[in-house]
Design a protein around this ligand. Structure first.
Ligand code: PHE
Length: 528
């Protein structure tokens, strides 16, 4: 292909690039996992029959579990050295209060050890941190008695000398990892007292893989010219790409002025109730770009000097056959009340693949699709996307630009409707003075160039092209008689250059774009 199709992306590369960089960085933690730890893990896996629990490995090595997970992941990336299955298990843990009791004893036990033989005023006990809960538990266990009539206020006496602190003993068992010695009922009771909680832990069950080895060779991440020249690449192992890496969203970025203006145009169409057409095919067959639009095969636009032809694949082969036949007929013999062009229409010419020269090719596809509906419904469509022309490059022309196109189909639309809608559309852009000049397009009749008065330049400038699609285009598609379609098109670059005061299109699009221009161009407001 002669063109660089992504030329326009250059200015916004700054917003794409950080994603690329960050996805590389994302891979890094795995590449850089502590090699010592990886080797230790491999030696442990080698020795064990069966498998290893990554949590146990972490505990016995005294490292964070995440570090083991990192080692597992970097080994997984090497192929089938180990197999690591993610499992989860529930286990019991002491809560904060549970830990305190395991250390200092239960509240009720601490009450007993605080009360001397001669007893203690109740008010004094209540002042202690464990006093309240401890008092009521010890009372219900009948470990203490309360003498309410005691002179000097209610007084508490012990009724037992020593006791077994069962709650503490149970908690200590859990702390030692021997929770299985307790009955389910006991554990649930401690859970109710908020001394124990049941937690789910995720871990890897690690076993030897089919390529298990304790020595690992680092995988190559890059194929170098030297490897190719020496043939050493044949022996090397390459790290597979991680297509899953998410990348980090860039903190900020700048939209290219063309994209800002595009947003505004899109907004205007949406406000007017238009639906966007799918324009995601830069390559189009001559059939949809020209023939379906009743553009004769000898038309100069279909020449190498005006259009980019594809060499591979040079031809398109899939067309709706009956429609293709009707197109052939209307060109060569006429029909639908038209004389046609009376020439020998050739399928070979229609099959030629090109870079679309206008988005009207997309409109043609959409109108054909509309005609295939069982019942016709009125539509309002728009598109804003790139088109390509083999132009001589100068200050205002490039070999590619964006077209903005609007299409309205309904019964009985007139030239007056077209003028009305153009007024409405351009009004929303802040352009109020419009003039129309008769023009010629192979696919529209009548056709009008649209001019607006430019207050700055103090003259009328062309802002668009428009017309009513010919019956020779619409009727072969199968649209009902009486349905008319009005349409107009303009470029995105021209209003953008006017809006941002750019005189040379190469300062707006292409490799010479100054990124500072992209940063400095403010948000676009077309109506002001
Ligand atoms: N396709 C025309 C162009 O390339 C624009 C246009 C669209 C004209 C729709 C009439 C109707 O300039």
């Amino acid at each position: 292909m002669i063109l660089h199709p992504f030329k326009l992306h250059l200015p916004i590369a700054s917003t794409i690039f950080p994603r690329y960089i960050s996805s590389v960085i994302q891979l890094y933690p795995f590449i850089m996992a502590d090699t010592g730890l990886v080797e230790t893990l491999l030696r442990r896996v080698e020795k064990v029959d069966g498998g290893l629990d990554s949590q146990d490995v972490a505990t016995s090595l005294g490292v964070d579990h995440q570090a083991i997970v990192g080692a597992v992941k970097s080994l997984q990336a090497l192929g089938d050295v180990i197999s690591a299955e993610q499992r989860s298990a529930k286990h019991w843990e002491l809560t904060g209060e549970g830990c305190e009791i395991a250390e200092q004893g239960s509240h009720e036990a601490r009450v007993i050890s605080s009360i001397p033989e001669e007893g203690m005023p109740q008010s004094q006990l209540m002042k202690l941190a464990f006093g309240k809960v401890g008092f009521s538990k010890a009372m219900s266990n009948k470990w203490i008695r309360l003498d309410k009539g005691h002179e000097g206020g209610p007084r508490i006496f012990k009724t037992v000398e020593s006791l077994e602190d069962l709650v503490r003993d149970k908690l200590l068992l859990v702390q030692k990892g021997q929770a299985s010695q307790l009955e389910e009922k006991e554990k649930n009771e401690l859970k109710k007292r908020k001394l124990l909680s049941e937690v789910t832990v995720k871990f890897y069950w690690i076993t030897k893989g089919s390529c298990f080895s304790t020595t690992i060779t680092k995988q190559e991440t890059e194929l170098t010219p030297e490897m190719i020249a020496s043939g050493s690449w044949k022996e090397k192992k390459f790290k597979p790409y991680n297509f899953e890496a998410m990348g980090v969203a860039p903190d900020c970025g700048h939209l290219h002025p063309l994209m800002k203006v595009r947003t505004q145009f899109r907004q205007i169409f949406l406000e007017m109730g238009f639906t966007e057409m799918p324009t995601n095919n830069f390559i189009e067959s001559s059939f949809w770009n020209f023939d379906s639009l009743f553009q004769p095969q000898q038309h100069p636009a279909r020449d190498q000097h005006d259009t980019f032809f594809l060499s591979d694949p040079a031809q398109a082969h899939e067309f709706p056959q009956d429609y293709l036949e009707r197109v052939r007929k209307v060109h060569s013999e006429g029909g639908f009340g038209s004389q046609g062009y009376k020439y020998d229409w050739k399928i070979e010419e229609a099959q030629k693949n090109i870079l679309r020269t206008h988005t009207t090719a997309v409109s043609a596809r959409m109108l054909y699709k509309l005609a295939q509906q069982e019942n016709f419904t009125p539509v309002k469509y728009f598109s804003i996307d790139r088109v390509f022309r083999n132009e001589t490059l100068d200050a205002t022309h490039l070999a590619e630009f964006h077209q903005i196109e609007g299409v309205v189909a309904d019964y009985g639309l007139t030239l007056g409707d077209l003028m009305g809608i153009l007024h409405q559309f351009f009004n929303k852009l802040g352009i109020t003075k419009l003039r129309f000049k008769p023009a010629y397009n192979p696919y529209t009749e009548p056709s009008m160039e649209v001019f607006s008065y430019h207050e700055g330049l103090k003259k009328w400038v062309e802002v668009g092209n428009s017309g009513m699609f010919r019956p020779e285009m619409l009727l072969p598609m199968g649209l009902p008689e009486g349905v008319t379609v009005i349409a107009w098109g303009l470029s995105l670059e021209r209003p953008t250059m006017i809006k941002y005061g750019i005189n040379n299109i190469r300062e707006l699009v292409g490799h010479k774009v100054n990124l500072q221009m992209v940063y400095d161009s403010p948000v676009c407001r077309l109506d002001s």
